[in-house]
Design a protein around this ligand. Structure first.
Ligand SMILES: NC(=O)c1ccc[n+]([C@@H]2O[C@H](COP(=O)([O-])OP(=O)(O)OC[C@H]3O[C@@H](n4cnc5c(N)ncnc54)[C@H](O)[C@@H]3O)[C@@H](O)[C@H]2O)c1
Length: 307
């Protein structure tokens, strides 16, 4: 019995694929761009394809007998905001194709990373799963839409659709130019390269982060949980300011040069002005375990190995 990871050549997907392979699972990656992992995917089956093409997805489900789909294929911000129609095809139609493939091929479980951005920027954590949802970007509106589609497919067709609302996932392999909050990744990557970095946010900007290994473990825990059928869960992040991240990097790389020059970018300001109101620790349902020093130590040492 094989496991399908859509978007498995991406940051979270490939880390997940490697972890599932360690547990001796037959892992199939279905991704529009498998080339980027072909040199490091030993033991993992790579299938190039587009989730927005239902027939291509069906053909893969015919070929392998999947019990589970980890559905990670998606377009991330800022591309979702710049090209919403294109992103709709992948993020919304693609998810509908995955749900419908699960129905047609009797696939029991779909694990789906949603996003903490569905709560909107203007409200204060802690959030519960029952709290009001208020997406304020195209990306987060697609996340909410697909959560609801998953809920409906669960009820109608008895599929275990389980979604987890991640905060900002950080770690080696993340594309430094994707995501609403790119500065934590860029700060680390530039410091590792020995280059100065200008952060375009205020030093006190505070965001919740979770380290990639913990994010992968959370996805696996959700998949392994026997008690759940349909579920949408929040996940806690470690709330850190941009200044704390910069200070943490300098403890490990004392020569790192990081300065702050906030920009007047309407989109970013809108997002981050909301984020800055989040002064308290969030109390989500699941928790990323690591402290900032530990996250940065691991992140920097693995990024330095890759250099
Ligand atoms: N990284 C984060 O901080 C974060 C936070 C919350 C949720 N998520 C969600 O986790 C998932 C994975 O995110 P990531 O950070 O690994 O992003 P990523 O961009 O690294 O990976 C996404 C993968 O999807 C693939 N893809 C894009 N369009 C496709 C299509 N039409 N068909 C098939 N494959 C396609 C890309 O080639 C890429 O490999 C996404 O659903 C994202 O919204 C990520």
């Amino acid at each position: 019995m094989a496991i399908l990871i859509t978007g498995g050549a991406g940051f979270i997907g490939f880390n997940l694929a490697e972890r599932l392979l360690e547990a001796e699972k037959e892992v199939v990656i279905f991704d529009i761009n498998v080339n980027k992992v072909k040199d490091k995917a030993e033991g993992i089956i790579l299938e190039k394809g587009d989730v927005s093409k239902g027939k291509a997805l069906d053909a893969i489900c015919e070929k392998y007998k999947f019990t589970t789909i980890f559905h990670l294929a998606a377009i991330l911000p800022p591309l979702t905001e710049e090209e919403p129609f294109k992103a709709f095809k992948t993020n919304v139609e693609g998810t509908l194709n995955v749900l419908d493939a699960a129905r047609k091929y009797n696939i029991e479980t779909i694990i789906y990373p949603s996003s903490a951005t569905v709560f909107g920027p203007d409200r204060t954590p802690p959030f519960t799963e029952e709290d009001l949802l208020d997406p304020w970007t195209i990306y987060s509106s697609f996340k909410l839409c697909t959560e609801i589609m998953g809920s409906i497919y669960s009820k109608k067709y008895d599929i275990n659709f389980r979604a987890v609302r991640f905060p900002v996932v950080v770690g080696p392999g993340r594309d430094p130019f994707l995501g609403i909050t790119q500065y934590p990744t860029q700060m680390v990557e530039e410091a590792v390269k020995g280059k100065p970095y200008v952060a375009d946010v205020l030093p006190e900007t505070k965001i919740p982060i979770v380290f990639i290994d913990d994010a992968v473990q959370i996805l696996i825990n959700l998949w392994r949980s026997k008690d759940l059928d349909f579920e949408i869960v929040n996940v806690d992040g470690l709330w850190v300011t941009a200044q704390e991240i910069a200070d943490g990097i300098k403890k490990i790389i004392p020569s790192a040069e990081i300065v702050f020059k906030p920009v007047e970018n309407v989109h970013i300001q809108q997002v981050l002005s909301g984020v800055q109101k989040h002064k308290d620790e969030a109390k989500y349902g699941l928790k990323g375990k690591r402290l900032l020093d530990e996250i940065l130590q691991e992140y920097i040492s693995r990024s330095s190995e890759k250099k």
